[in-house]
Design a protein around this ligand. Structure first.
Ligand SMILES: NC(=O)c1ccc[n+]([C@@H]2O[C@H](COP(=O)([O-])OP(=O)(O)OC[C@H]3O[C@@H](n4cnc5c(N)ncnc54)[C@H](O)[C@@H]3O)[C@@H](O)[C@H]2O)c1
Length: 435
């Protein structure tokens, strides 16, 4: 089975299945399509499936022309029916791994995908889990579900874990040139998974087990969450000391070794950094171990929206104004610059905190036409005009999209709370208060 699969991968007759066509799955599907494979994508959302088959893209980093070309050449198709994967030689699982309301891992998407794959599993199939998850998932959740009948892993079917590292909006590093870590359940599993991914990414980094590969991703994202938490706490401490944290980081960054700058901000956002470390701490709880760095970083990072609102209260107070009834514009709601993703964005918390305190809050974000509010309602992005900025009691910069004209904003606003150091050393009419 192994040699047969390796041959099909090598001569590009292998059919590639992708389960979950989101920020991770669609770019991966496109990369395999570009490498010359026939790719079948499965997603539970019929509108995404229809868009792909209609030659459209809904992911910013994937141009519609590329989708169109692959669909026309018969190298990419999408469906909601897992039955279509019966002819697949490989399946990469790229489904969401969010948290439940209780902040515990929500494994339901991985379980549903594995159960659906169990219905079409056949000898010679390679299954690779890409979703970020706690160490042990591939062996504990995927393997028992797909080893139906007398299929043996490493002999009849192959199972691996390969964490996805895609950084949406990154103009330099995308799926192809970001090295890919892979761990197999057995050496044979690793061998076929490496052979497959070598076709879609330039560099493959093998590790000795699926648990090691799962842990690599959690190390990377915990590293970011903890360092951002640390620098956010630096910002809180600098505030108490009356020191400009941005100046401190800039000067510290001149050290040519042993220092790596991280920047404070209004809080953590996105589907990864605020969530992934909690998968690890949850798993460790079951082993009677308290992941202290993770818990502390989460607590500090989660407190930042409230800190920003406190900044607004103080700044308005200086002008003898109350928060209640004030007009506040939030600039940028995406969780980071130049992208359209608002998942876990701190802007949503800030808007909620301001609205529940009686602020007339609105937002402008050229990437995000509307957002869903906590009460289920929707808010539309307003046009950014001189009149809007002039009428606002306060403008809060939450996301520093590169397209914003900071000088023009500072020339037309009265009071600006700058949570990203976007204004840097610019001066205008506005009184600017940094985080
Ligand atoms: N977005 C990122 O920047 C990023 C980066 C690295 C890793 N990851 C990880 O990759 C995984 C996927 O993230 P994403 O951002 O692509 O999520 P996403 O929500 O953009 O996409 C997931 C897709 O899976 C579909 N889906 C849900 N259940 C399904 C099922 N049972 N079968 C088939 N499709 C199903 C959803 O409809 C959705 O289209 C997560 O584990 C995430 O942590 C994401």
């Amino acid at each position: 089975m192994k040699q047969q699969l390796l041959d099909r991968i090598e001569n590009h007759t292998a059919v590639i299945g992708i389960a979950g066509l989101g920020y991770v799955g669609l770019p991966l599907a496109v990369e395999f399509g570009k490498a010359g494979y026939r790719v079948i994508g499965v997603d539970v959302m019929a509108d995404k499936v229809a868009k792909i088959n209609n030659k459209e893209s809904y992911i910013q980093d994937v141009p519609a022309e590329v989708v169109a070309e692959l669909v026309e050449k018969g190298r990419l198709s999408a469906t909601t029916d897992y039955g279509a994967l019966a002819e697949a030689d490989t399946i990469s699982i790229c489904v969401p791994t969010p948290l439940r309301k209780t902040r515990d891992p929500d494994m339901s998407f991985i379980i549903n995908a594995a159960d659906a794959i169990a219905g079409i599993v056949h000898p010679g199939l390679l299954i690779v889990l890409e979703s970020t998850t706690y160490p042990g998932t591939t062996e504990e959740i995927i393997v028992p579900r797909v080893t139906t009948g007398d299929l043996e892993v490493g002999k009849d079917i192959f199972v691996a874990f390969s964490p996805e590292r895609v950084d949406p909006g990154n103009p330099v590093y995308q799926t192809r040139n970001t090295p890919k870590v892979i761990g197999g359940v057995t050496p044979a599993c690793l061998e076929v998974a490496k052979a497959l991914y070598r076709n879609a990414v330039d560099t493959v980094v093998p590790v000795s087990s699926t648990a090691a590969a799962e842990m690599v991703k959690l190390l990377e994202n915990t590293f970011r969450a903890v360092n951002i938490g640390m620098v956010n706490e630096m910002a809180l401490m600098c505030d108490k000391l009356g020191v400009d944290v941005w100046e401190v980081i800039e000067a510290a960054s001149t050290k040519p070794f042993g220092f790596m700058p991280f920047y404070p901000g209004p809080g953590l956002g996105g589907h990864c950094i605020p969530i992934d470390p909690l998968y690890l701490s949850w798993k460790l709880k079951a082993l009677n171990y308290n992941a202290r760095f993770i818990e502390l970083a989460s607590e500090i990072n989660a407190s930042m929206p409230e800190f920003v609102v406190g900044r607004v209260v103080d700044a308005l107070n200086d002008e003898r104004k109350a928060l209640k009834g004030s007009k506040i514009i939030v600039l940028g709601v995406a969780y980071k610059r130049d992208i359209d993703d608002v998942r876990e964005s701190p802007a949503l918390d800030i808007i909620h905190l301001l609205a529940e305190r009686g602020v007339e809050v609105s937002y402008h974000d050229p990437y995000v036409p509307s957002i869903r509010l906590e009460d289920g309602g929707r808010m539309e992005s307003v046009a950014l005009t001189e009149a809007l900025l002039g009428a606002a009691d306060c403008v809060v910069i939450v996301t520093d999209h590169r397209c914003f004209d900071w000088q023009w904003i500072l020339d037309n606003a009265g009071l600006v709370i700058d949570t990203r150091n976007a204004a840097k050393k610019l001066a205008g009419k506005a009184r600017v208060i940094k985080l």
